[in-house]
Design a protein around this ligand. Sequence first.
Ligand SMILES: NC(=O)c1ccc[n+]([C@@H]2O[C@H](COP(=O)([O-])OP(=O)(O)OC[C@H]3O[C@@H](n4cnc5c(N)ncnc54)[C@H](OP(=O)(O)O)[C@@H]3O)[C@@H](O)[C@H]2O)c1
Length: 377
Amino acid sequence: MAESTPESNLQLRSKVTSDGQLELSFQRMAIGEPKPNELIVRVDAAPINPSDLALLLGPADLTQAKIEGDGENRVISVPLSDLHAKMLSPRKDLSICPGLEAAGTVVAAGEDCKDHIGKTVAIFGGSMYAEYRKISVEDCMIFPEGVDPADCASSFVNPLTALCMLDAFHREGHKAIIHTAAASNLGQMLVKLCNEDGIPLINIVRRESQEEVLRVLDAQYILNSESPTFVNDLTKAIRETEATLAFDAIGGGAMASTILQAMESVYAPKEFYIYGSNVHKQVYIYGILKPGPIEVHRTAGMAWSVSGLLMMNYIGRLDAPTAQKMKDRIVGNYDKAFKSRYLDTVALKDMLDVSILNTCNSRSTGKKYLLTPHAAS
Ligand SMILES: NC(=O)c1ccc[n+]([C@@H]2O[C@H](COP(=O)([O-])OP(=O)(O)OC[C@H]3O[C@@H](n4cnc5c(N)ncnc54)[C@H](OP(=O)(O)O)[C@@H]3O)[C@@H](O)[C@H]2O)c1
């Protein structure tokens, strides 16, 4: 394939203005020549993940959106409340191109990696909601010839997080995992991985339709948090599996506490002891699906921990061979355990559409969009 550095690069930008607005717009920029270890990737597909929405829209209320212009000249402005403007003040006047991950085709490369030209790669590192991304060769996974970029666009964020969960499970010596918001794309990956690896997984969802999504995948334990028997069901599953580890994507509210309390009811000593059981119970909060304070009630004894988990920090602490093993597992199973599902695709120039942004922002099961920057509008 002939090398060609694109002359310009259309990007989606999100900015918090000094007069308290969230402003979404497009910007055409030069991309420049790659350094020796850099690739220029034509972005063919990029998922719109919950973490991307936090950067793209933040807490903006889209019912207040003002829309001006069309095509590349479209601008959406949303007034922020005083509280939200204060929260976002570190971002003031900073124009950001969102999109943590993507997949595409290498169209140009620096002298040390020319052999990558023409290959399909998944890439990670932000600024993916664009036509092209210049990126270091270390931040890509190479896929076999013929793989459709749409099928490997979600190869970093959710797959690596699911594999970090399994790594923590093994390192900390647990016997089973509890997972909330379990019908998410990540949750479905975790079901398949736990089935492959023989790890008992207790899935917590909040709707009957989500129970069915997981049943199709042969999930062993599927509990509905809206069921009147939820706490009993959870306690029974913990007793059967001896679970002491949970990953909670909901974050706000009392779910972490409910899980810790159910664990404690299983592990509490028979004789009364004021400090409760000495079995360590671990909840990792890894999402903010429900904003607001995380409640932890004092009903789980003293041997527990609730901590945050961010994939990038976790991967950063791993040795290089362990991280590489995870990436190899993803490349080898991109269309099986790590397959993601999308409601629809959207071209870059069509993305500043309030109805599409609202659907993405619902963060609901099966409502994820795949951005396909070069598709016709
Ligand atoms: N910490 C990290 O490093 C890291 C990395 C990757 C992903 N994540 C997090 O992982 C989560 C899943 O990501 P994804 O891309 O797989 O999501 P997704 O496919 O968009 O699915 C989101 C799921 O969350 C459920 N949900 C939304 N709000 C909820 C609430 N308040 N209570 C309970 N369930 C709720 C939805 O169910 P309904 O249909 O019922 O709304 C849906 O099943 C996200 O929170 C994301 O931020 C974190």
